[in-house]
Each structure stands twice: as C-alpha cells, then as structure tokens.
Design a binder for this molecule. Structure first.
Ligand code: SF4
Length: 500
C-alpha cells in the first residue's frame, strides 16, 4: 500500500478521464510523451486568456505562489480573504487532500463569493461542468460560502479592437450542483487507486483521446500492431468492436465487411502492394492548367484577436511559399513572403500574393480548404487586391482528393496528410525529420517568439531561416507529389485500379 498523496483539481480531472492516466502521472511521469510545440502553444494561449480575464476585475489580487506550492497558495489566499480583498486571482482552497485553484474568486457580499473559471474554448463543454463541480465542492467544504459558479469562455463573435466583450460568462451553478453529489465518490475512488503498488487495470479505449489526448498513449498502446485495424481510414467506432473481439490484426479482417475505399486499404496492408488507379488520376489532372503554382500558407490563430476586424481564433497568415512550374520539366521557380515585424502581416501577405501570381494557371494547395479560407478573408479586407486574390482562390486545385480516390500505400498508415503521403510515395528525403521546425504548430510558435519574444540577433536569424525552410519544404513536397501524379498519368490505360 502506498501513502495517500494530495491531489490537485487538474489531477482529479485527469483521473476522471482515466484512473490509470492519473496513476501513471503520479508514479511514472517519465512514461508520458513530451509536451509538443502545439500543446505548449495552447498552454501559453490559455495563460494569456487568463490574464485578459483578470483585467475585467480591476484591483484583484493574485496569489503568486508557484503551482506546486499549495501550502503557500493556501496561506496567501487566506490572508487576502482576511484583508477583505474583493477579488482574488488563483485563489486556493483544499479539503481532504484535494486542492483547487479558482481562476477568479469574487466577493459578492461580505461573506458570499462567486467563482469564475476562465476557459479558452468558445463554449461550455461537459468537462467544464465537472471541473466546476470539483471546484465548488472543495471551496464550500473548505468553509467559503459560494453561491454562484460561472464559466467565462471566449466570445467568438467579438472583433478587435476588443471593447470589453472578449468573454461570455455562463452561470453553471445549477449544472455543477447537480454533479456535486458525485464528487466525494470520485475523489475516494481515485485516491484508493493511488494506494496500490500497481496501476489500475484499464484497457485502452475512446477515452484515450477524449476529452484530451492522453500523454501515456505510447506506453499503453504498445500491444497494438502496426499496421492494424486502427490504420483503416474513417473506421470510427467499429474499430473498438473489433478490438473487443480481439480482431484488429490485418490478417483477421475481411474486405467484405468494409466499404470500397477501406477494403482497398485492407488489401494494400495485406499484400504490401501499392494501389494506383492511373485512369482516375488522368481524369482528374486533365483540367489542370500550366503554369502550375504550388502554394502553402503558415498562420497563427490567436484566441485574443489582435488585428482590426479579426475575431477570436481567426487564421492570420504571416508567411507563404510558392513554387512555379511553367511545364512539367521546366526549371522550378520560387517566390515567398515572411512577415518579420511585430505588426499586422495581412496586407503585406496580400500584396506579395497579388504581385507574385500570374493571371493564368492552376494553383495547387494540399488540402485547399485552408488556403481558400485565408485567401477569401484577405480578399474581404483588402479591396485593392480583391480581384487578384479571388482569382487565385478560384484557380486552386487539390491533390488530396485525387490521392484519396486513386492511391494507397502501406506507409500512409491511415493518413492522407502531406507528411504521411510525401515520404511514402517519394522516399525518405521528403520526410520532415530533423528539420528545426517540422509541423505547423511549431511554425506558429516560432513566429510568435520571433515577433513577441526578445530573440537575440542570431536567434532571430535562425528562426527566420527555419520558418522559410519549413514552408518551402511543404511546397517542394507538393511539387514532387504532383510530378509523381503526372508520371502515373503517362500511360493511364494500362491501369484502371491495380495493386502494383
Ligand atoms: S492511454 Fe488510455 S488507457 Fe492508458 S492511461 Fe491513457 S487514457 Fe488510460
């Protein structure tokens, strides 16, 4: 039996998703996946949103104790309460070994308080209600009279410059109270799990991904072979039925039980042979026009809108790369733009696009929905470039659906993302491994550090180089992919859907 340890509200929430995840985070944290750049960006954003919410309560006092120093946080909170402070940020209370920090604890009356939890989401989620219930339980049991608990989330209708309407406050007292009676049992059970010398026996399931991706997936999913039923695209919950029946190995699956595309994937995984439908590729490429441009944007989407007229989470393009091929075997040309100042990048991006693109030719964007959205947003804001930008958007073509309809390789592993497809079809040199920036989230983070941080001259140069290389790699991979498609197109009639 292990000694019972104290738990924070976040740990209880982690345990609610999976008691094993809580256990491992307490006793084997080294098994957790490292925090990715994208996750770090989300944490940083959450912190910024919290600070913005505090501005709505001027005069509020912050409990400055570090998050792990519960004793000091409790003492500071207590002394603020005794001093008669009206609003306390990060107020901390504990009951029976569970501590909870309230984003905002606001005194409504002499001894009556409201708790306000700040969330970066744009609506109240189910998990927020449990979060509120635990908060309410701890604070009330610790002796504070809490008569209201609210969730303050981002109001996605507001636009910059923000005039006090960044948040929507929702009273969740009723919902949290309804869950309140479950909290003591939840706490009791989670603590009981932690007293054992081995983690609870909990199998993998949909709970590994929701509401949050568990950091112990690499550890718990080791027994899943690669490939397996989990690598069949759009398989949905059916995969969990197969898992329950112990039938996730590729050789155990029958094509008859899947739709055409899934059955095709299954055959590829069974034989290891790539599927190519050259006729379909030929049909799709017929309407593409030369010269062909290859476009990719990098963007960031701040929860708190910064630039005039933008709303929360709007994608703000700060960079693009474009390769150009006059003809299939022509020399590759390239133009690009990266905004390196701390100012609204959109007009400069719009201008560089308008100046760089010619009037004719198809424009390839991998998964073009995103590029189309960015172009149309720019067109709406900058009338000077509207005609050109809408023309660019109207000429977008997308290799993704062509590949989805006509190609499958065993190394796609269920994904048609550029980062899966390019190395599988073109070879390892098209992988992003070893690059200083190797994913979109990392590019956003690097850009924000560039404009908002205080990088030294050499750090700045390094970041700019890494951003340019990353975006260029995206368009270069698309160029090679399209050349590969055209190469299949050469003798289309010899193949109308074969495994090669
Ligand atoms: S990966 Fe799944 S089973 Fe393992 S700890 Fe996480 S949620 Fe629990």
């Amino acid at each position: 039996m292990k000694k019972v340890i104290n738990l924070s509200k976040s740990k209880i929430m982690q345990g609610l998703q999976c008691a094993k995840s809580l256990y491992l985070s307490v006793y084997s944290p080294d098994l957790a996946a490292p925090i990715s750049d994208s996750q770090q960006a989300l944490f940083d954003q959450g912190h910024e949103v919290g600070l913005e919410a505090q501005k709505l309560y001027p005069g509020g006092k912050l409990v400055k104790a570090d998050y792990w120093n519960t004793k000091e946080a409790l003492d500071q909170t207590e002394s603020f309460i005794k001093e008669g402070i009206k609003t306390i940020f990060e107020a901390t209370k504990a009951f029976e070994g569970v501590s909870a920090r309230a984003d905002i604890l606001h005194r409504k009356d002499k001894n009556v308080w409201e708790i306000i939890e700040v969330k970066s989401s744009t609506s109240v989620k189910d998990e927020h209600l449990y979060d509120a219930a635990i908060q309410l339980w701890v604070f009330r049991k610790a002796g504070l009279k809490i008569d209201k608990i609210s969730i303050m989330h981002i109001n996605n209708k507001c636009t910059a410059p923000i005039k006090g309407n960044l948040f929507t406050k929702v009273d969740v007292t009723k919902d949290a109270t309804a869950l309140l009676k479950k909290v003591p049992m939840i706490v009791y059970e989670l603590k009981a799990h932690l007293e054992f010398s081995l983690p609870p026996i909990i199998d993998i399931g949909p709970h590994c991904m929701a509401p949050y991706e568990c950091p112990f997936i690499d550890h718990c999913w080791k027994h899943i072979p690669v490939p397996s039923a989990f690598d069949i695209p759009r398989i949905g919950n059916k995969v969990w039925e197969l898992y329950k029946d112990n039938k996730i190995e590729i050789k155990q699956l029958n094509e008859k039980n899947f739709n055409i595309k899934q059955a095709r994937v299954l055959s590829v995984l069974k034989t290891g042979k790539r599927f190519i439908d050259k006729e379909e590729i030929s049909k799709q490429l017929k309407n593409w026009q030369w010269p062909i441009y290859f476009l990719d944007f990098e963007s960031f989407n701040p929860a708190i809108p910064i630039y005039k007229g933008t709303h929360p989470y709007q994608q703000i393009p700060f960079q693009f790369s474009c390769h150009v091929l006059e003809k299939l075997n022509s020399k590759l040309k390239h133009f690009e733009y990266l905004h390196t100042e701390n100012s609204d990048p959109r007009e400069r991006v719009a201008r560089a696009l308008a100046e760089g693109f010619g009037e004719k030719g198809s424009i390839v964007a991998y998964n073009k929905k995103f590029e189309n959205g960015v172009l149309m947003n720019l067109a709406a804001v900058f009338p000077k470039y509207r005609k050109k930008l809408t023309s660019i958007a109207s000429r977008l073509v997308d290799p993704w659906p062509i590949l989805e309809a006509s190609v499958y390789d065993k190394d796609f592993l269920g994904s048609y993302s550029l980062k899966s497809v390019a190395p599988a079809l073109l070879g390892k040199h098209m992988s992003y491994e070893g690059m200083a920036i190797d994913e979109g989230g990392g590019a956003s983070l690097a850009y924000l550090n560039l404009i908002k941080g205080q990088p030294t001259k050499s750090e700045r140069e390094k970041t700019i180089k890494a951003l340019l290389e990353y975006c260029r790699q995206d368009t270069l991979a698309t160029v090679e992919l399209v050349k590969w498609l055209f190469a299949q197109n050469e003798y289309p009639r010899r193949n109308s859907g074969r495994y090669l």
